[in-house]
Design a protein around this ligand. Sequence first.
Ligand code: JFZ
Length: 308
Amino acid sequence: DPQLAAWQELQFGLFIHWGLYSELGGVWDGEPVTSGYSEQIQMWANISEEEYLEVADRFNPTAFDPQEICSLAKAAGMRYVVITSKHHDGFSMFDTATTDYDVVDATPYGADPLKVLADECRSQGLGFGVYFSLVDWHQGHAFDGSNENPIPASMEPLIEAQIRELMTNYGDISEVWFDMSSPTTEQSARFASIVRDLQPQAAINSRIWNNQGDFRTLGDNEVPSAALDGAWQTPASIYHETWGFRSWQSRTDLPGKVRDLVTGLASVRARGGNYLLNIGPRGDGSVVEFEADALRGIGQWVDRHPRA
Ligand code: JFZ
């Protein structure tokens, strides 16, 4: 499959977890929320819809700089970018006609950050992909971090329309990273077919479920003990504890962190996988300096070990 081979050739990419949760930075009511990932803070701190919407009122990421983010990805040796278009909170970080619960309609920012990022990726020669959560707390899924969360038929029109928008309005898509929930085989096949019709070259991950994906997603920072058959990818978080921004995260020993991440990258590449390394920008859109430094450190190693 030449299209999947082209996706495998991307080798190393930048994952970005960024949404309303980034504005909270792992803090609720003045206290650090110590259980769970910070991108799931609405569930872990049991934040009501009303309170969460107030976060949207002050979400104004004027420091979001796609040019800087893409340059950073390139400096690290990455060839593509995958950003959260919608996480479990159900808040769309792209312009969608399906709901007003999105960054354009519900925040003072009033613009579509994914559009700017997609355009910048194209002009810097990077692939562009989207993460899309099949769990949607805003559209009726109860707070539930598990996969035991079926998709009611009433949610299908919104999911399908949003996938269609994402596959239509952002140019070429290199990868679609579905996540969580427990769709039926029929639902998985239908969602995948929308991607395949509109973006035949896009690689779909295995968390579309029911064997409807193109490549296998391993666990966080997982390195298999030997080469795996088929196409696969390791998503890696920098801290192993959160993907979304956490203001109280301890960030020490940069050289050690760079060594760990380079080991992950090299091990995954040696076994034939793609490595998708995550950053969690702040609510204002700025990249955490420790994470930018880690990416630049990895890039120094990559530069000394040129690829074919
Ligand atoms: C999921 C999300 O719930 C999480 O918030 C984040 O977006 C992450 C990238 O994906 O969490 C998972 C799901 C499965 C594994 C790890 C994290 N896993 O299989 O190791």
